[in-house]
Design a protein around this ligand. Sequence first.
Ligand code: UDP
Length: 248
Amino acid sequence: MTTTTREQAGKSKDVIKKDGKTFFEFTDRITAFDGMKKDEYPDKGEVCCRLSTYWFEILEKEGIPTHFRAFVPPNVMEVEYLEIIPVEVIWRNFVAGSLLKRYESGEKPLVGIEPRLGARIPEGICEFTTKFEATDRLIDEQEVLDNRWLTREELDMIKESTRRVNNVMSAHLLEKGIILADFKIEFGKNLAGKILLADEVGTPDGCRFWDAGSYDEGRIESLDKDVYRYEKGDLSDAYATIMRRICG
Ligand code: UDP
């Protein structure tokens, strides 16, 4: 007898368990501002699934272990079952999003970096937010350790993996005239206790992509979910364009 179960994983994906295997179905759902804004856009799930597949394959070749097992066209991915670590990892190369809001609310989050959308953060920074709270909350490394979500060694390993994911994706994207301004990734532990890159990676849902030519001319042209967040154009068109530019 075969059994199939489906549950919602995060806001835009469903997890399907079938015959002892685990699958992610990338849906057309999109949400922003902690779920306050939500919609569906045709082909959005397929774009994010294809892009995640593209990047997982590249990252695996670069020696970064991931939960990716197989692409099941058009919008499903077989993955290794993981227990998700309850921390979202954010890497930033440029000032945008919630970092800019922190500047605007009077904080001085980074020393020596201009409080301006698009200011470059020369060495990049790695930040952590909670995953399973109603709204994402910025946490420091000590809170991650105090909650026993990660050991010091695991935390350092995750930071180093995130830096490598950034280096690999940024270099590939620059060749295609795209700046990787920031991104969010997640990690999980497999049954053997090994930490793997999880969830999705390198999609316009989880990254800020900026057109490099426009940036050089002093404009920010978003090729990602900011098109939806700030109603800068049609999301299906924007996502189809970024997929073509990245995957060819
Ligand atoms: N991000 C994400 N999921 C989240 C929060 C952030 O994928 O729940 C991504 C977001 O798209 C951006 C990066 O992480 O590429 C940094 O997001 P930020 O903290 O600036 O928050 P935002 O204002 O974008 O929600």
